[in-house]
Design a protein around this ligand. Sequence first.
Ligand SMILES: [Zn+2]
Length: 472
Amino acid sequence: MLSLQFLGAAGQVTGSKYFLRTATHRGVMVDCGLFQGGRELREMNWNPLPIQISDVANVVLTHAHLDHTGYLPRLMKSGFKGQIWCTSSTYDVAQFILRDSAHLQQEDALHANHHHFSRHKPALPLYTPEDTEAVLGLFHVQDRHKKKILPDDLSFEYSNAGHILGSCSILMEKRFAESEGGHAPIRVLFSGDLGREKPIYLVHREAPPAADIVICESTYGDKLHHPVAPSDELLGIMKEAIASKSVLVIPAFAVDRAQELIFCLHELFRDNQIPSVPVFVDSPMATGVTALYEKYPDEHCIPCDLMQQPGENPLSFPSLKFTQTPEDSKHLNELKGPAVIISASGMATGGRIMHHLINRLPDPNTIVLFTGYQAEETLGRLLMEGAHSVSIFGENIKVAARIQTLTNFSAHSDQREIMDWLKQIPAPPKRLFLTHGEDGPRKVLKELVEKELGWNVAMPKLNEIVDLTTIS
Ligand SMILES: [Zn+2]
């Protein structure tokens, strides 16, 4: 027996969690993410998982993003005592992400209690910094292209997914003993989040291996990214900000997106395409992650010698400042344009960006620039869709700022890039499960794969269980 249960990212883009169960009832969880977005989604994080937590012997992570790792402290609080596997760089990035998440959980609970806008009295954090420190002690590092044998005749091997620092696809294999019916081995390929065909500086994703079952993300299953180079797109907005002496406020994911923006701004300033303006990175997490690029030179194409030369390092230039303390962050409230503030989180769901938005959204001389996917019901999505006023921490904020979106900075493959990845799989799988996408995009992708490749494609529902040994 080998069953696969879809515990998240089934009809949504967040909460990635899969459970592969063997005949012993134990098994492996692949990714362990938080649901993010509107209240209904966030409240799903409080529901107990429909599995026995003691059955989870191991967790194998594709990458460090919160929607793939953020449930881990909660899993541990619910009784998980196994091991958590990831690449070394994922471990380093995950430390920032999980600590930040615990901090935000606490802050949200405090805000909710202070302003009395929670339905729970008192509002509690999903987990605390102590829980996060405890779960970080369960992590183990596994390199790409090295097979790791797990209990119950399961094994896995990582390959590069090119999505963020450390990101991987996972090929999981289950062998069956005679006592289990002697079924032929089943290989299950988890795409993880798939990166771009031409990343800004990350090492290109690898071609996928052959597999019997494929679970593939479908975030942009119905969209094509604009064929404009990301720095060209940014150039247009920067020219506008400089001409109107605006402050450009960029909610950016702290991992890779913030660094990509810094990298592209460096290029524009270095090549004198625009005059140099002050750029502030106001996110302790983005600051910490930026330092990891020197530690992992094999994961990106920024030459090491360049990174060590003052003035030449594309992730550090004279007008770039990393703010440290909350006081430094508050001082930015007085900042006059033209200037750039890069702050997290990328979907404006928490972090220092919230204070910048409270301060700057009512100002028509502000440009708020979104640079990536905005999940349903997030503040980012509301602003992108043209809301005239929004509620932040229970306060009604008028939106007079100009809202813009950079379309080509996405760290996710678009429809064509997903199709190209699928076509590289050496032989058609017996079944393709589309996950990590809202139902509209994944339905479009399903129909395209069926038409172009003739594969058997499924759109699993949340908590659905599929017996993989019956798929032929
Ligand atoms: Zn991701």
